[in-house]
Ligand binder design. Structure first.
Ligand SMILES: Cc1cc2nc3c(=O)[nH]c(=O)nc-3n(C[C@H](O)[C@H](O)[C@H](O)COP(=O)(O)OP(=O)(O)OC[C@H]3O[C@@H](n4cnc5c(N)ncnc54)[C@H](O)[C@@H]3O)c2cc1C
Length: 417
């Protein structure tokens, strides 16, 4: 049977992965986006595919740090002043999920999903997506043993949830032998084996190219304002569109609540805005590097036009409207925190300044599956880890849409929970 599937919105990693997987199952797809591929969070993110850190965000320790961190101007966590009741609703629901029991239960869900992450990317690449994954050992650096306790505890809990982690504690000398860019301020490091990263913008563009090469349609400049049931089909309405489709999949990232709330999706969702920029570095970094206390994720970038190696510095969690303009002060906060920890960087060569919105859900779990409206599906709410989980999400949605069966892996991820 040939299906026709129009996407209400979303040419990010989730929407394009869903389109690609549907196409693999013989479905004719159209992807629409108000701007274009990777216009949302899928471009300037850190590019990590790191199962060890693909874990629930609502965590008991955040309840203690949260209020203190939100009040400091140099904090990597920021709450923009707002009268929006959605902010308070999100924060309250998020706080209720910051219990050890909820975290452990959500972590078991993540551990099941995480076992399939790398295979889902390999399947996309084998089926024609011209993307490239880089395998490496991640360095996690700390200025003190005290700084490391949180992550060590977290990794122990991830392991207790049944996920395999290969981690070694390194003294500063061994850490610098492996990653010479670490400064003397790094007193302790972890080496996390078997991680991968990619160039997110390039990968998502490769996905878009593969969808088009497979006969799919990508329409840009289309702002979807409403999706509704119309007879036996779904009707997609917006700027430049008013069309009927067999199935509509809402993959609009941090903008998801605007379309999904009409379809019974009640779980609070909010934008956790993050920032990044790229800077030249004297010699290539070994691989991605993480400074948890600075909440900074560092990833190698392709060489710049001047031939110099570059890195991306990403961080910040700003709870604010996803359409707010970039605030350069936030980029400075992360860069200032990284400066004493990493040497060889030319901080005068900042480029690719970017802000993007992590689509956060109050319980820290993604939303994957059908809604209260037959023929309308949701793929979103992946928060910190939408790049990592995008291809798997696409496979699961395509399976559900084409077979009518709910895949076992989506247990706990029902958008109507
Ligand atoms: C600083 C930072 C670092 C991160 N690092 C990582 C990482 O290392 N690893 C990882 O796995 N994840 C990471 N993430 C998270 C990841 O980027 C997101 O979870 C992921 O990109 C979400 O993908 P998406 O397809 O759901 O949404 P998006 O990529 O935001 O795509 C949504 C698309 O929908 C379109 N759209 C929205 N509304 C409409 C509408 N009404 N009509 C038409 N189109 C619409 C937008 O234009 C956009 O293109 C990071 C995020 C940030 C901010």
């Amino acid at each position: 049977m040939s299906h026709s599937c129009r996407f209400a919105s979303g040419a990010g990693i989730v929407g394009l992965s869903t389109a690609f997987s549907l196409q693999q199952r013989g479905v004719q797809v159209t992807v629409v986006d108000r701007i274009g591929p990777a216009a949302g969070a899928s471009w300037g993110n850190a590019g990590w595919l790191s199962p060890a850190f693909t874990i629930p965000l609502p965590e008991p320790a955040l309840l203690k740090q949260g209020p203190r961190a939100l009040l400091s101007p140099s904090s990597p966590v920021a709450l923009a002043p707002s009268a929006d009741p959605a902010v308070a609703r999100f924060m309250a629901a998020f706080a209720l999920n910051c219990t050890p029991h909820k975290w452990a239960s959500s972590m078991r869900t993540y551990a099941t999903l995480n076992a399939h992450i790398y295979d889902s990317f390999e399947r996309q690449i084998a089926a024609g997506v011209r993307g490239e994954l880089h395998a490496y050992d991640m360095t996690v650096g700390f200025a003190s043993l005290h700084d490391a306790t949180g992550i060590l505890d977290e990794l122990a809990r991830v392991s207790a949830a049944g996920q395999q982690i290969d981690v070694t504690l390194l003294d500063p000398r061994s850490a610098r032998e492996y990653e010479p860019h670490l400064t003397e301020n790094v007193a302790l490091a972890l080496r996390l084996r078997g991680q991968r990263y990619l160039n997110p913008g390039a990968y998502v563009q490769a996905l878009a190219d593969a969808v088009i090469a497979g006969g799919g349609e990508l329409r840009t400049g289309i702002d979807v304002t409403e999706v509704r049931r119309d007879g036996a089909r779904a009707r997609v309405i917006g700027t430049g569109i008013d069309e009927l489709t067999d199935a509509a999949v809402l993959c609009s990232g941090a903008w998801l609540p605007r379309l999904a709330s009409a379809h019974g999706v009640r779980i609070p969702l909010f934008a956790g805005r993050g920032y990044s920029c790229s800077v030249p570095i004297d010699t290539p970094l070994q691989g991605a590097t993480y400074f948890p206390a600075a909440r900074a994720a560092i990833t190698p970038r392709p060489d710049g036009a001047d031939g110099r190696p570059r890195i991306r510095v990403a961080g910040i969690m700003e709870f604010a409207d996803p359409d707010k303009p970039l605030n350069p002060k936030r980029i400075r906060v992360t860069n200032d925190a990284v400066r004493p920890l990493l040497r060889g960087i030319d901080w005068s060569g900042i480029d690719e300044q970017w802000v993007g919105s992590r689509p956060l859900s109050a319980d820290g779990l993604p939303l994957i599956g059908g809604t209260a409206t037959p023929g309308v599906y949701v793929g979103g709410g992946h928060g910190m880890w939408g790049l990592t989980l995008g291809p798997l999400t696409g496979e699961l949605l395509a399976e559900q849409i084409t077979t009518g069966r709910t895949p076992a892996l989506t247990a706990g991820l029902d958008p109507l929970r």
